[in-house]
Design a protein around this ligand. Sequence first.
Ligand SMILES: Nc1ncnc2c1ncn2[C@@H]1O[C@H](COP(=O)(O)OP(=O)(O)OP(=O)(O)O)[C@@H](O)[C@H]1O
Ligand SMILES: [Mg+2]
Length: 167
Amino acid sequence: MSKPSPAIAEASSYRRWFDPPFYDELNAAVACGFHVCLNGPRGTGKTTAIKELASGWGKKLHVIQVHADLTIEELRGEPGLREGNSTFQRSPVVVAAERGDWVLFDEANLARPGVTAWMNNVLDDDGVVSIPATGELIPVARAFRCFFSWATREHVSSIRRWWTGAA
Ligand SMILES: Nc1ncnc2c1ncn2[C@@H]1O[C@H](COP(=O)(O)OP(=O)(O)OP(=O)(O)O)[C@@H](O)[C@H]1O
Ligand SMILES: [Mg+2]
C-alpha cells in the first residue's frame, strides 16, 4: 500500500476529539450526580461523548446495546451449572451497580416497557438490584451512573436528568 499523501497525513494528525456543544452540560449533569438521558440526531456524537466523558472521569463504562428482545433476566445475569451446583454470573449492569461503574444504554428507546420499569428500582435513591435466582438484594453504589442515549430528529441534543441523590 502506498504512503498517504502529505495532506492526508496532516489531516489525520489533527486532534481526533473536539468538545461537542452539549459536552459541558453533560459533564455538569454527571458532576451534580444525575443519571443522564441524551437525545439528538444521528451521528452527532452522543455515544462518543459519553465514552469520552467516562474516560475523562476515569470510570469504567459498560455499554449495553439495547434491542427489543432484551429481557430483565439478561440485565440481571446468567444462571448456570458447575459440577452439579447452580451458579449465577452477574451481568455488567449488576457489576456496575455494585461497584459504582457507569453504564450506557445505547438506543435505549428500543427497550420494552418492562425493562425500563425494572431500571427504575436501580435508578431510585437508595436503589437495589434484586436477583431472584440467588435471593440477593444488592445495594446500588452511590457512584453508579446510567446514560440512556437514542436518536431523535430534534436538531439540538437534549439532556434530561434523573437526580440520584449522590454527588
Ligand atoms: N466530538 C467528536 N469529535 C470527533 N469525532 C467525533 C465526535 N463525536 C463523534 N465523532 C465521530 O462521529 C461519528 C458518530 O459519532 P457517534 O456514533 O458518537 O454518534 P451518535 O450520536 O451516537 O450516533 P447514533 O445516533 O447513530 O447512535 C463517530 O465516527 C465518531 O468517532
Ligand atoms: Mg450512538
